[in-house]
Ligand binder design. Structure first.
Ligand SMILES: *[C@@H]1O[C@H](CO)[C@@H](O)[C@H](O)[C@H]1NC(C)=O
Ligand SMILES: *[C@@H]1O[C@H](CO)[C@@H](O)[C@H](O)[C@H]1NC(C)=O
Ligand SMILES: *[C@@H]1O[C@H](CO)[C@@H](O)[C@H](O)[C@H]1NC(C)=O
Ligand SMILES: *[C@@H]1O[C@H](CO)[C@@H](O)[C@H](O)[C@H]1NC(C)=O
Ligand SMILES: *[C@@H]1O[C@H](CO)[C@@H](O)[C@H](O)[C@H]1NC(C)=O
Length: 413
């Protein structure tokens, strides 16, 4: 059971700090799910997109469009791991709305500001929905395959120049997952190609390391090759060395100096997401990854003892901080901090959830579509059909086409 340690609060709060926290026994799954629910509630209290007059899929200022897309990816996994359906409707509504008039994740309002990585984070949420048999919307998020007509203009987009590593990472990750999901080897060739282009990439940020790690795990799973195993194991070793301190995840480039910007304050949660996903695809990494997820989850939960404040409207004294090594709230709160803590806490249980499906295994027919996933039939959605899930995969295909073209631009620069 999760409870607020109010006794400790009255005792120590006066003298030291507000010592209330989520008390979680990480050996008890129900306990962990309760904590995840509390954190998710605090996160979603910042989301107003389902209110009359607001835009589904947008977070209020100062959060950018991409971060909302990434948030719904966490919520797909939250549903998949815990079975809690509280945010399924909002997630479907947001993804369908933001897929835009052409169902290509290029909504008109965003085409002039988004970089490929911005779009990529929405695409990865759609991909996760497909891989986990997330309840499908009545109106599919994607109904056509198409090349992004705006490609030629992309270099003028604000996000273009300084985010190449994550853009290529999105492309690599999605291409690998599409290859696995659809069985189409063209995507695997694309993944190989972009990975080769990127051999010099340095990982400054945790999400860059994570997105490549997971992509490499997918490629290893797909090919079983020694080459991909070596790449995967190398990426994992680097990731652990740079982005963990005493087994707890941290954003080395900004967190120790308290200078993380709004975007950067959500990065390490994605790293944990991709590490957890890696354990499903490459079980030999479990012994390295699980203890890191566990230590990060424990530290993050302890850092969720912050008070209500303008950036946090959840349950009192459960605001999550940024720097988990302090094991108590550090004064930073917001959507990024809640997302990171949600990831850290829920992915301690990621091992118990079903592995991602493919079109050939669980993703192909209505009869076995729910295999291994929590029961979910009460939604007023069309029955899960191949068409819908193919559609979900196709939306990411459209994005891949776009990103590969821009990757070519970068090579030519
Ligand atoms: C928005 O979703 C939340 C969470 O499901 C719910 O509590 C709230 O009532 C919804 N608001 C509207 C206006 O639908
Ligand atoms: C989701 O929407 C369906 C259909 O409108 C409704 O029956 C259900 O109660 C909603 N679920 C939640 C958690 O709000
Ligand atoms: C674009 O902005 C308008 C006006 O704010 C809004 O009504 C519409 O829903 C937005 N569309 C998307 C996809 O965000
Ligand atoms: C594989 O994907 C490529 C790229 O989208 C496409 O051109 C090709 O038709 C696909 N092949 C099959 C067999 O579906
Ligand atoms: C590939 O992933 C499946 C689970 O989806 C797992 O059972 C299998 O062991 C993985 N293959 C390799 C080579 O690790």
């Amino acid at each position: 059971m999760v409870r607020i340690a109010s006794f400790a609060s009255t005792l120590a709060g006066v003298l030291l700090h507000t010592a209330t926290a989520l008390e979680v026994n990480f050996d008890n799954q129900g306990d962990v799910f309760d904590a995840a629910s509390t954190i998710a509630f605090g996160l979603m209290r910042s989301y107003t997109g389902n209110y009359t007059g607001d835009v589904p899929g947008n977070l209020p200022d100062p959060y950018f469009w991409w971060e909302a897309g990434a948030m719904f990816g966490h919520l797909v996994d939250y549903w998949h791991i815990t079975g809690d359906e509280s945010y399924v409707n909002q997630t479907v509504q947001a993804i369908v709305h933001q897929s835009g008039d052409l169902r290509d994740l290029m909504p008109k309002n965003q085409t002039h500001t988004e970089g490929n990585d911005d779009q990529g984070f929405w695409a990865m949420s759609v991909m996760a929905a497909a891989e986990n048999n997330f309840p499908n919307p009545r109106r599919p998020a994607a109904i056509r395959v198409q090349r992004r007509p705006e490609m030629a203009n992309l270099p003028i987009n604000k996000g273009f120049n300084y985010k190449n590593a994550i853009s290529n990472g999105c492309f690599f990750n999605l291409a690998a997952r599409l290859a696995r999901y659809t069985g189409n080897s063209t995507y695997a060739e694309w993944a190989e190609k972009v990975y080769d282009w990127e051999t010099e990439t340095e990982f400054l940020w945790s999400y860059n390391a994570g997105i490549h790690l997971h992509g490499a795990a997918v490629m290893y799973n797909l090919t079983g090759s020694d080459v991909w195993k070596q790449r995967l194991d190398g990426l994992l070793a680097t990731t652990v060395e740079i982005f963990f301190k005493d087994s707890v995840a941290f954003e080395q480039a900004c967190e120790p100096f308290k200078v993380c910007n709004i975007d950067q304050r959500s990065f390490k949660g994605y790293l944990l997401r991709w590490m957890s996903a890696t354990t499903h695809l490459a079980p030999h990494t479990i012994d390295i990854i699980r203890p890191l997820l566990r230590a990060s989850g424990e530290a993050a939960a302890l850092a969720c003892d912050g008070p209500l404040n303008p950036d946090f409207k959840g349950h009192a004294d459960t605001a999550c901080g940024q720097d988990w090594s302090r094991r108590t709230f550090d004064g930073f709160s917001g959507v990024g901090e809640q997302m990171n803590a949600l990831a850290a806490v829920m992915y301690t249980q990621g091992g118990a959830s079903a592995a991602p499906v493919t079109l050939g295994s669980g993703g192909t027919s209505q009869s076995d579509a729910n295999a291994g996933a929590p029961e979910k039939s009460k939604y007023d959605f069309a029955p899960i059909e191949t068409r819908d899930r193919v559609a979900a995969a196709f939306v990411t295909l459209a994005i891949c086409l776009g990103v590969v073209v821009s990757a070519v631009f970068m090579i030519m620069d």
